[in-house]
Design a protein around this ligand. Structure first.
Ligand code: HH2
Length: 288
């Protein structure tokens, strides 16, 4: 996939997107990287661990988090993206639902827009992608900002996700974005039951074949993993982070087997190894 300055090779191997949250309240690394120097060094570390893309986000989507203004979001992410220009070789994606933030981030050097609202909050995000040639990640979610996790689950999660993604794609194309630059994401954890998240991962191939577009999977350390582990593991010493990371690895394996082309993770080096091992094991049968 052609980006503004670089190319994403989505054909030969699964890509790893490393998460850099520059929010004071993100659930997994919140508060640690909210100053510029720390954010820049963590970004370089993510690249050194082998990430193919750096995803920079300035608004937390965690349950109950407060929506932030475009100004505040820009104050958080633009200096980081600016400071990385010329220092980071991998492309930067900006995790935002606001066209203003997306535009400023692309001017500062980002090449991908990652919109967790799938254009529902600000459809002009697609126009920014169209004008700049940035890639556009359209994630499925429901509900207003700050409320996306509190949605009543729907009965048929595949119908909901496929219908929602179809509406997002149509909106993107209507506003001039190019289909060849669209990446889809089922939005794991966003208004789905734990069971539905597992179903979406196990049948990710349905979304891959439905649209024929590259699919990104974001399961990293999410709370449905804790929920599953709490039910599955009894007795023995428990360790929340270890279980979330191990659970993430399991979902990455299944996601890769079912056709995910990008995985969005916090534990870059570890999940890169998991991804590569999965791909190489999968291919060995075909060549043997
Ligand atoms: N999940 C989160 C944020 N952005 N983007 C995409 N495309 N897919 C996802 O699954 C996704 C996403 C939520 O996770 P995280 O960024 O780790 O935490 P926070 O909500 O605190 O930003």
């Amino acid at each position: 996939m052609e980006l503004i300055r670089s190319t994403l090779d989505l054909e030969s191997r699964v890509l790893v997107m490393g998460v850099l949250n520059v929010t004071p309240d993100s659930f997994s690394d919140g508060g640690k990287y909210d100053d510029l120097e720390n954010a820049v060094s963590r970004a370089l570390e993510i690249e050194a661990e082998g990430a193919d893309i750096l995803d920079v986000g300035g608004e937390s989507t965690r349950p109950g988090s407060k929506p932030v203004s475009a100004e505040e979001e820009m104050d958080r992410v633009i200096p980081v993206i600016g400071a990385l220009l010329g220092r980071l070789r991998i492309p930067i994606s900006v995790d935002t639902t606001k066209s203003e933030v997306a535009r400023a981030a692309l001017q500062a050097g980002a090449e991908i827009i990652n919109d967790v609202s799938g254009l529902r909050f600000d459809p002009a995000v697609a126009e920014v992608a169209a004008e700049t040639g940035a890639a556009l990640v359209l994630m499925h979610s429901r509900g207003a900002p700050g409320m996306m996790h509190q949605q009543q689950p729907v009965e048929d999660v595949f119908a909901e996700v496929i219908g929602g993604l179809r509406r997002s794609i149509e909106e993107a194309l209507r506003r001039g974005a190019r289909r060849e630059r669209i990446i889809l994401d089922p939005g794991i954890g966003f208004g789905k039951t734990p069971e539905q998240n597992l179903q979406l991962i196990d049948r990710l191939d349905r979304i891959v074949t439905e649209f024929g577009l590259p699919v990104l999977l974001g399961t990293s350390r999410k709370s449905f993993i804790k929920h599953v582990m709490d039910k599955a593991l009894s007795g023995g010493a428990r360790d929340d982070l270890r279980e979330r990371v191990a659970g993430t690895a399991a979902t990455v394996v299944i996601g890769v087997l079912r056709g995910a082309r990008i995985v969005r993770v916090h534990d870059v080096g570890l999940m890169l190894a998991v991804t590569r091992m999965t791909e190489l094991t999968q291919r060995s049968g075909a060549s043997g």
